[in-house]
Write a protein that binds this ligand. Sequence first.
Ligand code: PMP
Length: 355
Amino acid sequence: MKHNFNAGPSILPRVVFEEASRAILDFNGTGLSILEIGHRTPLFEAVLQEAVSLVKELMQLKEDKEVLFLHGGASTQFFQLPMNFLSKETTAAYLDAGVWGSKAIKEAKLFGNVKVVASSKETHYDRIPDSYSVPDDAVYFHYTTNNTIEGTQMHAIPAVNIPLVADMSSDILSREMDFNRFDFIYAGAQKNIGAAGVNLVVANKGFLEKGNTGIPSMMEYRQHVANGSMLNTPPVFAIYVCLLTLRWLKSIGGVAAMEKINDQKASLLYNTLESLPIFHLPVAPQDRSLMNAVFTMKDPDLEASFLQACKEEGMVGVKGHRSVGGFRISLYNALPLSSVETLTALMKHFASKHG
Ligand code: PMP
């Protein structure tokens, strides 16, 4: 039995793996594989339509929202977004609270002016900067809701007077949130939504209409909207896996039910870590992420044997990101509470032996 704490691609519900593998051999009793049907067939159109309507339902989106499934990871959105909305004459505002956000900033600078409103880089992104002001004349304000590498999460939605943009790659659909407050949301699918290779984009129709022209067709959001995410061949299988994952989320009670389970998992893990003095939590407590818990050991010499103990229990993905070190436990939607129970039991046992 494996306990999969990978940061992404990461664990998906068992039922998703089962149904996806059946569809590879025989999609919906058609005698054809999902991998060999045309994307413009009614068969696939139904997949895409259901996926879009489940996103709208689960996120409780208003009528003015467009839902797109686009190619590439979230890193594509780092440049596609400013390519559509920024220019040499305008400025976009960014919050620099993690490695992924800083990559988004770097890409935006290729297209126009960037105002970094605040940064926690000096303290190795151990917190979310808490006092900053966002200029009213910027074309949008961009932030990362959950910093996957550093294990920080922004628990409140910032109040700004300009279009609000968020990279939600690592916490989308994990907690209740007023998604309608955002003008543009993007998320790589490979954590909470499905398989790698596709991005979910949720954006205001009015915001998209203001986008730049004269950019490559595949980059222009308006053209993707006009063609219903089928400007060219979409990542068919990745979208199908998203559909199965969204169905699963709905079946367990949607985002509200998911949040309760996620809270339970995160509380159990953080409470255990706090109760065991051999562990150290580098992140400011108010900014701790419910999706990625980062910790180190006060005695670095113990880290190798803790890693080995995890390995012996079938735990994968516990090592921290190479830029941070220590450990990172990802608690995405599909991770069962029982995996966290197994891990925390191991932590207690390990601490009693080495504490
Ligand atoms: N943003 C965040 C918050 C992420 O966690 C990641 C990937 N882990 C990315 C962006 C980049 O995603 P991709 O690898 O899909 O381009």
